[in-house]
Design a protein around this ligand. Structure first.
Ligand code: ADP
Length: 470
């Protein structure tokens, strides 16, 4: 099958969260399964500067009608691990960041129009697989493609971000008939909604874990009623497929960013060396005997920042250290609230290299999200022998086996709907660590030996593609 993954981020070029991991690891898995896979994404400044080799081959050049003006686009091609990457180079993406600009809707509308033109000019894709709101209108544009047999799939990685625009933008940005808005096809509330459009127009829609798929369909009021739309319009065409991990990239046995590599046989020594290394790097004295706890996350409400802050005052009684790497809308509040506690060390930046070392150095990893479609960090932490403490939602529930499973357990899963559950779960984990019960070693080893590969989920996606009929 010839598959095009359409995305707003992809490792190693650019990443803000799990979508970047998904594209990189899933495209490699498709390749291993003998599929012809390409990825198309915007050419951000950061890619141009950090990966100058990406613009050495001009693959295509064209103009398209973008409402008020004719937009020029140059497409660069670069092959990585057998996967063809295409970068759409346009003036609107010549900025330092990926998202967070006032004109993001227009920028990604522009990206979708460019991809639509690209597909029309190189019209031999069997599957066009879109991801999140930044590419969600493309399946509707493709309904006008002369080749009607293109299979369209939309994966929802985070339903909280949807892309809201005005009714007129349907025409201004996409040259689509306003009837799509007036009939309700593209409308949610009083706005043109990119994600809803993708749900309506794609042949298949999925999210990234089975539990999150259920959560979405049962909570009709959640995420601006997006769940209700999925339930009414796509009930039988909506599935959950859990993400895999790039087990080559995330492997404590070979990870070059660690101070010492380790396996399930020598993880105690290995983690100790990595602990010393990160403390030295950050200038933190090794003056504690309790556990090292970490979080590596976007600091947004979704991720349970209030819950993370609720442990500050109990850290001293466990002689613990809490290191957090994060950025996001709550970063200043987090910094301010952490200042009185010498047990908390906050690294306010995005730092991929330091993240590897912290996963390896920590004893516990906190992920108390209020919702989590899949989550990547809990799988990385288990693979690195770091016990996750997670809420009972979405992919966290599907990938972490709670302590109540005893010798099968891989971490702690607390009840998300009980307001006091996180703190009491955290405290019982700390007490258990202190007790030096050998079950903790079993839990760590179970986590390290778990199967987080793409093998099963890649086959589920291929079956999803094959199940599309006309
Ligand atoms: P989401 O996609 O919702 O942000 P995930 O758990 O799926 O959450 O993916 C987060 C990914 O981004 C993980 O690989 C995590 O290590 C990484 N990450 C998040 N914040 C940072 C940061 N500040 N520095 C380095 N890596 C980060």
């Amino acid at each position: 099958m010839k598959i095009l993954l359409v995305t707003s981020e992809a490792l190693p070029y650019c990443k803000s969260g799990g979508l970047g991991d998904f594209i990189f690891s899933y495209s490699k898995a498709l390749k291993r399964n003998n599929q012809d896979v390409s990825v198309i994404l915007p050419y951000y400044n950061t890619i141009k500067y950090k990966y100058p080799e990406t613009n050495s081959e001009i693959y295509d050049k064209f103009f398209f009608d973008m409402g008020t003006h004719n937009q020029g686009c140059t497409v660069y091609h670069h092959n990585l691990h057998g996967v063809d990457y295409y970068f759409t180079c346009m003036d609107r993406f010549e900025r330092d960041g990926l998202y967070g600009y006032g004109d993001d809707n227009e920028r990604f509308a522009c990206f979708m129009m460019a991809v639509n033109t690209f597909i029309t000019r190189h019209n031999d894709y069997d599957v066009v697989h879109c991801n999140d709101w930044q590419s969600a209108v493309l399946p509707l544009l493709l309904k006008y493609n002369p080749r009607q047999e293109i299979k369209t799939v939309l994966t929802i990685h985070n339903p909280a971000y949807q892309g809201w625009a005005k009714r007129e933008d349907l025409y201004n940005y996409f040259r689509l008939d306003l009837g799509y808005y007036d009939s309700g096809y593209c409308r949610l509330g009083d706005s043109f909604n990119f994600l809803k459009t993708g749900i309506m127009a794609s042949k298949k829609v999925n999210t990234v874990s089975k539990t999150h798929a259920d959560e979405l369909m049962y909570d009709h009021d959640g995420f601006g009623k997006i769940g209700a739309i999925i339930d009414y319009c796509k009930h039988n065409d909506f599935v959950g497929i859990v993400n895999g991990l790039d087990v080559d990239l995330w492997d404590p046995k070979t990870d070059k960013l660690l101070a010492k590599n380790y396996s399930v046989y020598d993880y105690k020594e290995g983690k100790e060396e990595n602990k010393k290394a990160i403390l030295k790097k950050l200038g933190i004295p090794y003056d504690f005997n309790g556990p090292m706890i970490s979080a590596i996350t976007r600091l947004s409400d979704q991720k349970g920042v209030d819950r993370l802050m609720s442990i500050f005052s109990s850290l001293s009684s466990y002689d613990a250290k809490f290191i957090v790497i994060g950025t996001g809308e709550k970063e200043d509040e987090f910094l301010y609230r952490s200042l009185p506690y010498k047990e908390v060390y906050f690294v306010k930046r995005y730092d991929e290299n330091l993240a590897h070392l912290l996963y390896a150095a920590s004893d516990f990893f906190l992920m108390p999200s209020y919702f989590e479609p899949c989550g990547t960090s809990q799988m990385i932490s288990m693979r690195y022998g770091t016990v996750p403490i997670v809420s009972s939602v979405g992919g966290l529930y599907d990938t972490v086996k709670d302590m109540c499973m005893n010798k099968e357990a891989t971490g702690y899963v607390f009840n998300n709907s009980d307001p006091g559950a996180f703190l009491s779960c955290f405290k019982s984990a700390m007490d258990f660590y202190k007790s030096k019960d050998p079950l903790m070693d079993t839990v760590i080893r179970n986590g390290m030996l778990g199967d987080y590969s793409w093998d099963k989920s890649c086959k589920e996606y291929l079956n999803l593609y094959s199940s599309i009929t006309w």
